[in-house]
Design a protein around this ligand. Structure first.
Ligand code: AHG
Ligand code: MN
Ligand code: MN
Length: 341
């Protein structure tokens, strides 16, 4: 009997075939015999990017790449050195993939048009937040990468118009959490699967299939420092939650907060504030991909009562939106307080 078995523990791999992210992608591709494979190559570029960024994040202090570069991005936020490095990694890996038509990043004001349509090859647009929660870096907190994949519309009047599609049209979405381990969470529209980087062999191993967000977790996640400038409904919800035994958890990195909610339930809120009247989070590469993951895991994602995040018709690549997402039961309780007058 091996040690794991003696301790009565199950390894992540006991009940499943040993499956890497790469194997998983090929397995999915095999279901579509007509598939050209270009989409699989994009996912593989994201997997390689995640390994490179994970390595850079872990070595950041040793290689003196913490802190800011002294410039602001298009959002008016101070760029960290690792924001820039992670962006370069993603542009570098995706740029070499034949199937990528356009990339758009939090760190680039304009989308990068790589290829126009051609030769009947299906092409895609990839949007990403290269490093989410980057202000956590200096203190060894969790950070992440978020990505959204849309089909490229070669008939759009301007190439970048092909990017402005509502979230329900996403072909795939996911995130990577660089935490105590490196976790890759992916949906291609058929549930949510989770992979953990095995540093010993350098591969993401599949550890969960078809994740479902549990109901019944009385936990909210919001920056309460902004509470005084939230719309009234959020004040009512927080008063109610605090009188009803709720706990508060807030990592300051959306990836870390959403990952906790995916596994444990609860609700994540980033309402409009005085400082950010449209909300702070970016629709195209933060809210939409997270909304797709959450909904594919049985949860809900709204911008306001009656306004599903993924139904918003975007008008600008860097537009912002308020966000209310998480377990279906907990989101319903928030919406009920917003709807009261
Ligand atoms: P980024 O580091 O990509 O700019 O994103 C930070 C985002 C998000 O990760 C997090 O949920 C939120 O900003 C935190 O904002 P506050 O510091 O205003 O709470
Ligand atoms: Mn972010
Ligand atoms: Mn970022």
């Amino acid at each position: 009997m091996n040690t794991t078995a003696k301790l009565g523990l199950k390894t992540a791999r006991d009940e499943v075939l040993i499956m890497t992210l790469q194997g998983h992608i090929l397995e999915q591709q095999a279901r579509y015999p007509q598939a050209s494979g270009t989409f699989s190559w994009i996912l593989s570029a994201l997997s390689i990017s995640a390994k490179i960024i994970a390595d850079k994040v872990r070595r950041a202090r040793l290689e003196n790449v913490l802190g800011s570069v002294g410039t602001e991005n298009v959002q008016g936020e101070m760029q960290q050195k690792l924001d820039v490095l992670a962006n370069e990694v993603l542009l570098g890996t995706l740029g070499g993939r034949e199937g990528v038509a356009i990339v758009a990043s939090e760190e680039n004001e304009e989308p990068v048009i790589l290829r126009e349509d051609g030769e009947g090859i299906p092409r895609y647009c990839v949007l990403f937040d290269p490093l989410d929660g980057s202000s956590n870096l200096d203190v060894c907190g969790g950070v992440g990468t978020i990505f959204s994949i849309l089909a490229h519309n070669g008939r759009a009047a301007r190439a970048q118009d092909s990017l402005l599609q509502p979230g329900f049209k996403q072909v795939a979405a996911g995130y990577v959490l660089y935490g105590s381990s490196t976790v890759f969470v992916l949906t291609i529209g058929k549930g949510v699967d989770m992979f953990v980087l095995d540093p010993g062999i350098g591969a993401f191993m599949r550890v969960e299939r078809h994740l479902t967000i549990p109901d019944g977790n009385k936990t909210y996640s919001v920056n309460e420092g902004n509470r005084k400038t939230f719309p009234d409904g959020f004040q009512r919800y927080l008063d109610w939650a605090q009188s009803n035994g709720y706990s508060s958890r807030y990592a300051g990195a959306m990836v870390a907060d959403v990952h906790r909610i995916l596994l444990k339930g609860g609700v994540f809120l980033y309402p409009a504030t005085k400082k950010a009247p449209e909300g702070k989070l970016r629709l195209m590469y933060e809210a939409n991909p997270m909304a797709m993951i959450i909904e594919q895991a049985g949860g809900k994602a709204f911008a306001a009562p009656g306004q599903r995040v993924m139904d918003i018709q975007p008008t600008a690549i860097h537009q912002r939106t308020p966000v209310i997402l998480g377990a279906t039961d907990q989101v319903a309780l928030v919406l009920a307080h917003l709807e009261k007058t």
